[in-house]
Design a protein around this ligand. Structure first.
Ligand code: TYM
Length: 362
């Protein structure tokens, strides 16, 4: 872990991922891979947000396993625990406490207008925020059926804002899909500062130039997502070479045969953007290189490139996932450092809001 005085001079980075399944190529290119390049220059906090994960139905044993899977994947992707703090959101007291305070300065309308909220509601088959009268019961296998739109889904962005502001983060590296949530976080920080006096720094977002929005391989108009039911839509960073080959070969391309990323060429644009993120070549350079070659050549070169890049990540993950005691220790150390920072900010916030000091019983 970085020394304390060193921490104070470096910019603070905070970002998180949900433990809702294996990390996708989108999570890797849009997020985790870039985080690993920030370790030296910054004081980095990487959260595994289990409180967010229960906004959609989840099986308790699966969720617990997903948390260990996630930290093993974080480390395998290059997040060296000696150079950053990795923690589980529910291990640090303060996330939900600050979220509640922020909820009280958030207009409901702003949350209802959030694109991700509207998308999730639509995906669940509801027209608006209507709900059924059914209880949110657990099924026999422990997973919760989605009978109605729970308030957690609506308040999700406020919890995310609390995750960031609890550490007074300077920079938040995320993929394109989190931009709107980050804007809300900045608004809430400003609103709080205005209402109660200067408290939070206003965090900046960092969205990478390439790979910020990797699209589904089956429907390149939609974001690649962990929860896609279509097996061919999502490439996971732990996929074996034969799975990578199958999924890339089956990736939807566009009519015509030219390898060009035009506005009506979503499939090819997506494949080129994956290539560009991994090879470092620009789209223009790739278009020139693939000129006159067919989709088959692009797909087979891309398969090679992805396999080469993910091979060490998969190997490292396989070693790490057997080391549960080590993973638990990484998370315990991370939570301990995170808690110290969170305590300072939370007590400042409590004072500003007007909560009385907690007297200690001696
Ligand atoms: P999550 O778990 O969906 O994704 C983790 C990170 O991966 C990025 N990402 C993508 N990037 C490119 N292409 C894609 N197809 C793709 N899919 C996901 C996301 O932008 C994200 O950076 N709400 C957040 C988790 C969160 C958080 C936070 C993030 C909770 N609190 C505080 C930053 C700061 C989420 O669901 O990420």
């Amino acid at each position: 872990m970085p020394a304390n005085d060193e921490q104070n001079t470096k910019p603070v980075i905070l970002t998180c991922a949900q433990p809702t399944g294996k990390l996708t190529l989108g999570n890797y290119l849009g997020a985790v891979r870039n985080w690993s390049e920030m370790l030296e220059q910054n004081d980095c906090y990487f959260g595994i947000v289990d409180l967010h994960a229960i906004t959609t139905p989840s099986h308790p044993a699966t969720l617990r396993q997903n948390v260990y899977d996630c930290v093993a994947q974080y480390i395998a992707c290059g997040l060296d625990p000696k150079k950053c703090h990795q923690f589980v959101q529910s291990h640090v007291i303060g996330h939900t406490e600050l979220a509640w305070i922020l909820t009280c300065i958030t207009p409901i309308g702003e949350l209802q207008r959030m694109t991700q909220f509207k998308d999730k509601v639509a995906k669940l088959g509801f027209k608006s925020t209507e709900s059924t009268d059914e209880d949110l019961k657990f099924t026999h296998d422990g997973a919760r059926p989605q009978a109605s739109i729970n308030a957690g889904l609506l308040c999700y962005p406020v919890l995310m804002a609390a995750d960031i502001l609890l550490y007074n983060a300077d920079l938040v590296p995320v993929g394109e899909d989190q931009r709107q949530h980050l804007e809300l976080c900045r608004d809430l920080a400003q609103r709080f500062n205005h209402q109660y006096s200067e408290t939070f720094s206003i965090p900046k977002g960092f969205v990478p130039k390439t790979g910020a929005k990797i699209m589904s391989l089956a429907d390149p108009r939609r974001k690649m997502s962990k929860s896609d039911k279509n097996e061919r839509a999502t490439l996971y960073i732990l996929d074996e070479p034969n799975q990578i080959k199958k999924k890339i070969s089956a990736a939807v391309t566009d009519s015509g045969s030219e390898i060009k990323a035009g506005p009506d060429k979503h499939g090819i644009a997506n494949l080129l953007s994956i290539h560009s993120s991994l090879s470092g070549q620009s789209t223009d350079e790739l278009e020139e290189y693939f000129q006159g070659k067919g989709y088959g050549v692009l797909k087979s070169e891309l398969t090679e490139l992805i396999s080469e890049n993910l091979h060490p990540v998969r190997d490292k993950y396989k070693e790490l996932i057997k080391e549960k005691a080590y993973l638990k220790n990484v998370l315990a150390q991370g939570a301990s450092t995170a808690q110290k920072r969170a305590n300072k900010i939370l007590s400042k916030v409590y004072r500003k809001v007007g909560f009385p000091d907690r007297e200690r019983i001696t």
